[in-house]
Design a protein around this ligand. Sequence first.
Ligand code: ZN
Length: 133
Amino acid sequence: MKKIEHIGIAVKDLEKSNELFTRLLGKSHYKIEEVGNEGVRTSFFDIGTNKIELLEGTNENSPISKFIAKKGEGIHHIAFAVDDILSEVKRLKKEGFIVLNETPKKGADQKLVVFLHPKSTNGVLIELCQEID
Ligand code: ZN
């Protein structure tokens, strides 16, 4: 893995949280993107070499809405950048981690993404992401 690409934060109201994080970071988000198949709306802030991704559920079946119903707003996942997502999946499986989707799916921000089950990572949802070029 190369670096922390972004930290995902589950929020109830993307507009309000965009405002809040703009005040917090002293800069505005650079994009808003809806990932229809996941039922989420996201916004991204650049902060140094890393990003903050805010995630809002767009319906009550969205994983983000379910997360908030259970745990409230807060850190939802940590995403690591990888060069070769398929070989990382293979390596991590061999190491005993539980991979939620072995076939990478298209996530926000032009990325292929795979998630690891929090059960196998000390309760933290881990995202691997590879830039699509
Ligand atoms: Zn993410």
